[in-house]
Write a protein that binds this ligand. Structure first.
Ligand SMILES: NC(=O)c1ccc[n+]([C@@H]2O[C@H](COP(=O)([O-])OP(=O)(O)OC[C@H]3O[C@@H](n4cnc5c(N)ncnc54)[C@H](OP(=O)(O)O)[C@@H]3O)[C@@H](O)[C@H]2O)c1
Length: 288
């Protein structure tokens, strides 16, 4: 497969490139310096000249709080740029796999979200990502939107890296770290998500898919799981409510971010494994 990966310098993009290369694909790893997805001419030029079989769009402005104060940039990167990608893919019959987020939901449902639940984003980031989903699917059946959640990989800033660093920096005093216990989701490791994205590209699957590792936890539970894997005392972290965050974060987050991977399940496609296994691999890699 000839695969173009946008946002190849990000944590997910890095692992999609690595996965595709290890499977013998012909890969164009387009980091932001090579391809700015907000530049329509550049996007059309790159895709119509290189003529990939598929494009995996890992480019995004993921600074959720910063998006609140710069909606123009958020909509440019997360929304309108996907129009250029979809348009270019349509011209050369390339399959587009576009990555989206649990933050398109408001998190008020009392069960995991399936692909057909109505999005209702509460943050600028979430609204801009929903715009991107719609742009991806607009030209017709040759695009997949993949909603994932709580993404962590070896090559980026994320919760696991933060917890490893904070744990290493201090001792075992109980409760010296605090994480919220009233937001729940599925942690997802890029090492597992990347092959799933490549598979959707190869099979030219279309429509919305929820793809996450399995196992729903709060951020507090997730932090404790990381600390246990480091061989340290999980009681150094204490649970707090989102309302106790000081200062409060500008962007609201969904309390329930749990994505039911219903389309995979109903299609007979194996779900990603429980997050504890790939988390152990990631903690080992980050602890060296
Ligand atoms: N991280 C999460 O917890 C999470 C959760 C749910 C869904 N997602 C989604 O998963 C996808 C991958 O996220 P990630 O965690 O890998 O984020 P990331 O590490 O921030 O990677 C995003 C990449 O996009 C690049 N980018 C930004 N603006 C661009 C532009 N105009 N043109 C080209 N590239 C641009 C960034 O480059 P610079 O660094 O140079 O700006 C960065 O390399 C995104 O669609 C995100 O919305 C992430």
């Amino acid at each position: 497969m000839r695969l173009l990966v946008t946002g190849a310098g990000g944590q997910l993009g890095h692992d999609v490139v690595a996965c595709a290369e290890s499977n013998g694909d012909d890969v164009l790893a387009a980091s932001r310096t090579i391809l700015d997805v907000t530049d329509r001419d550049a996007v059309l030029g790159a895709i119509t000249s290189w003529r990939p079989d598929a494009v995996v769009n890992c480019a995004a402005w993921t600074a959720v709080d910063a998006c609140e104060s710069d909606p123009g940039r958020a909509f440019g990167v997360n929304g309108l740029a996907v129009r250029w990608l979809a348009e270019a893919c349509h011209r050369v019959d390339a399959h587009l796999v576009h990555v989206s987020t649990d933050y398109v939901f408001d998190g008020t449902l009392d069960r995991p979200y399936v692909e057909w639940d109505e999005p209702n984003p509460q943050s600028v980031y979430g609204v801009s990502k929903l715009a991107g989903e719609r742009e991806a699917l607009a030209p017709g059946p040759s695009a997949a939107v993949v909603r994932t959640s709580w993404v962590c990989g070896e090559h980026g800033a994320n919760m696991v890296r933060t917890v490893v660093r904070l744990t290493d920096e201090g001792g075992d005093e109980p409760g010296r770290l605090a994480f919220v216990d009233d937001q729940r989701g599925h942690p997802t490791m890029t090492a597992d998500l990347a092959p799933a994205l490549r598979r959707l590209a190869l099979d030219r699957r279309s429509g919305v898919h929820h793809i996450t590792n399995q196992g729903a936890v709060s951020w507090f539970d997730f932090a404790q799981a990381v600390i246990v894997l480091m061989g340290r005392d999980p009681d150094i972290v204490r649970p707090i409510a989102t309302a106790q965050l000081d200062p409060p974060r500008p962007a609201p987050r969904p309390a329930n971010s749990v994505l039911d991977n219903a389309v995979l399940r109903l299609s007979g496609i194996p779900l990603l494994r429980d997050f504890h296994e790939p988390l152990a691999e990631l903690v080992a890699a980050l602890s060296h």
